[in-house]
Design a protein around this ligand. Structure first.
Ligand SMILES: C[S@@+](CC[C@H](N)C(=O)[O-])C[C@H]1O[C@@H](n2cnc3c(N)ncnc32)[C@H](O)[C@@H]1O
Length: 243
């Protein structure tokens, strides 16, 4: 049996996606309010920066992977004009439904598709930009997912990976205290689920740091990779160019 991590637990590789589904089925309806509370609204700035770096133009073809409740898809849709297209995807139906409802409420109709990042149902060299925000950490075979993202990008196309990363040393203690003491309690109070927010804290610690993710992206086919730390490395935006 091949094992992998689910937070700090070791689970059968075949079961990780089911465990992750449980987390997002449970939190979907309270996901957005929890994001604002947990990050003090900072996730909006991290995403706004990602949209700026995407540098989309009229006609851009964009794939939002693990798009969840649709923050990036919504922002991208305002940039690509009538000739561009943003495809909003996620493996989890509950997250995708919540996102689709939000998009419709905002007057935006996009193709919304259930799909697994590890087996993307798109042809080679199809998109100008692919994004994955806070999703890669949850995937079982990250290298496979990154290779799929590279495959569907056009040559010269850009992958944006927005993800929790390794914090700067002086922040470590207070960040650990916040993650393991405050987050689960907040999760219990607001979403009625402490376990999912304990998983969040644990999965962040198990995720590759800035340099490790950069080399994973290079191994997965990206010729040029750079990253931008935000909020002391709590989050990093990795940008990979297919070349
Ligand atoms: C923390 S949410 C991020 C949602 C959104 N991108 C955001 O930034 O608010 C992580 C998302 O990753 C999705 N996910 C996990 N594994 C996936 C996979 N293999 N393929 C596609 N999506 C996946 C989950 O269903 C979940 O909606």
């Amino acid at each position: 049996m091949s094992t992998t991590h689910f937070g700090f637990q070791s689970v059968d590789e075949k079961d990780k996606a089911r465990h992750v589904r449980g987390v997002f089925d449970s939190v979907a309806s309270r996901y957005d309010v929890m994001n604002d509370l947990m990050s003090g609204g900072l996730h909006r700035a991290w995403k706004a920066y990602t949209v700026m770096v995407a540098n989309l133009r009229e006609g851009s073809q964009v794939l939002d992977i693990a798009g969840g409740t649709g923050d990036l898809s919504l922002a991208f849709s305002k940039k690509v004009g009538a000739t561009g297209r943003v495809v909003h995807t996620d493996i989890n139906e509950a997250m995708l439904r919540t996102g689709r409802d939000r998009l419709i409420d905002a007057g935006v109709v996009l193709p919304t598709l259930v799909c697994d990042a590890e087996k993307l149902p798109f042809p080679d060299a199809h998109f100008d930009v692919v994004s994955v925000a806070f999703g890669l950490r949850n995937m079982t075979h990250k290298e496979l997912a990154l290779a799929e993202m590279c495959r569907v990008l056009k040559p010269g196309g850009k992958l944006l990976v927005l993800e929790f990363s390794k914090v700067a040393k002086p922040l470590e203690k207070v960040y650990d205290w916040y993650s393991f003491n405050v987050l689960p309690k907040l999760g219990k109070l607001v979403a009625g689920d402490d376990a999912s927010y304990r998983y969040l804290a644990e999965s962040i610690r198990m995720h590759p740091g800035q340099e490790e993710l950069k080399s994973l992206m290079q191994k997965s086919g990206f010729g040029h990779v750079d990253y931008h730390n935000m909020t002391g490395g709590i989050v990093a935006l990795h940008v990979g160019i297919k070349c």
